[in-house]
Design a protein around this ligand. Structure first.
Ligand code: FAD
Ligand code: FES
Length: 285
């Protein structure tokens, strides 16, 4: 059992948990994730390791409530326990030295991009970060991102904070200002990562994205996280989750992400209305 040490509401439908998991904390590297199962009957879901504290033996995860399991997790409180917390899984982010790297976090993607920016900066790279969200209430961890970056740019769809527009607009501003960008790392909704890769392609800037297909076992055995990269079949859990954004078949990924929509809705309906009693969870649509 893994104990929830603390719970913090970061933004609408978005919760930070610090989980007591000393072995995972000791081994985790930026870019890796855990597979969580709340209780014996629960489904397994992948969640990125957003931070660690090896002294306290804790792992930080940031969860957005989008369906049954994430909704159930977000309703848990400090002192509660999680049945399984397997990891660290996946490959760590490839680190570079003496480079200018633009780290882009869109929405929930701010959490997984943070540990990457932090390590890149600690290795002496110049880190320019772009944080994007629909509007200001969905932004979080600006203080952490500022510490982990040389410069931070903010873009919101409605202009409520920072530049009005998408993260790609802020990225183009950086490129057009004449900064020589060696690498871009983008994490966020699939459509955002697709558009970042499209933006950097004409400039030939290496672009890394972290893919989020449906995962079940996280060990390369079940095949559910299959993605096509450079025309070849890859399993995101063991070959990724990070890949060259210019090689990813994003359209296929987006189609596969919708594959289980009926089953996901059935699971949510069954859970929230079991025994005729309504316990609807607040989720972001
Ligand atoms: C490597 C990896 C790291 C992730 N890290 C985080 C994280 O740090 N925090 C976090 O909140 N979520 C993260 N996710 C997404 C998270 O695993 C899903 O939101 C979760 O599995 C949904 O389960 P559910 O039962 O709550 O919702 P479901 O009812 O299963 O799904 C609800 C909705 O979410 C969509 N969805 C399901 N799985 C995913 C997925 N893998 N990615 C995106 N959308 C999905 C469905 O298509 C559906 O529209 C990560 C996914 C991957 C692959
Ligand atoms: S999650 Fe099963 S193969 Fe990747």
């Amino acid at each position: 059992m893994y104990r929830i040490i603390s719970k913090t509401e970061l933004a609408e439908y978005t919760v930070q948990f610090d989980i007591e998991a000393p072995e995972v904390a000791k081994k985790a590297r930026p870019g890796q994730f855990v597979v969580v199962r709340i209780d014996e009957k629960g489904e397994r879901i992948p969640l990125t390791i957003a931070d660690t504290d090896t002294g306290k033996g804790t792992v930080t995860i940031v969860v957005q409530s989008v369906g049954k399991t994430t909704g159930q997790l977000c309703s848990m409180e400090a002192g509660g326990t999680i049945r399984d917390f397997a990891g660290p899984l996946g490959n760590p982010t490839e680190m570079v030295e003496n480079s200018t790297v633009v780290c882009i976090g869109g929405g929930l993607g701010i959490a997984p991009v943070y540990p990457i920016a932090k390590e890149l900066k600690s290795r002496g790279n110049r880190v320019l970060s772009i944080m994007g969200a629909r509007s200001e209430p969905f932004l979080f961890w600006e203080d952490r991102m500022r510490k982990a970056s040389d410069e931070v740019y903010i873009a919101t769809d409605d202009g409520s904070k920072g530049k009005k527009g998408f993260v790609t607009d802020a990225l183009l501003d950086i490129i057009n200002s004449g900064v020589k960008v060696d690498r871009v790392i983008a994490i966020g909704p699939t459509i955002m990562m697709k558009n970042v890769a499209k933006t950097t392609k004409p400039y030939n800037i290496k672009t890394i994205v972290s893919l989020n297909p449906i995962m079940v076992d996280g060990t390369g055995m079940c095949g559910s996280c299959r993605v096509t990269v450079g025309g070849k079949m890859k399993f995101s859990c063991v070959d990724g989750p990070e890949f060259d954004g210019h090689e990813v078949d994003f359209d296929e990924l987006m189609a596969r992400q919708k594959f289980y929509r009926t089953e996901e809705k059935d699971a949510m309906d069954k859970y929230t209305h079991e025994g005729g009693e309504c316990k609807c969870l607040p989720t972001r649509s």
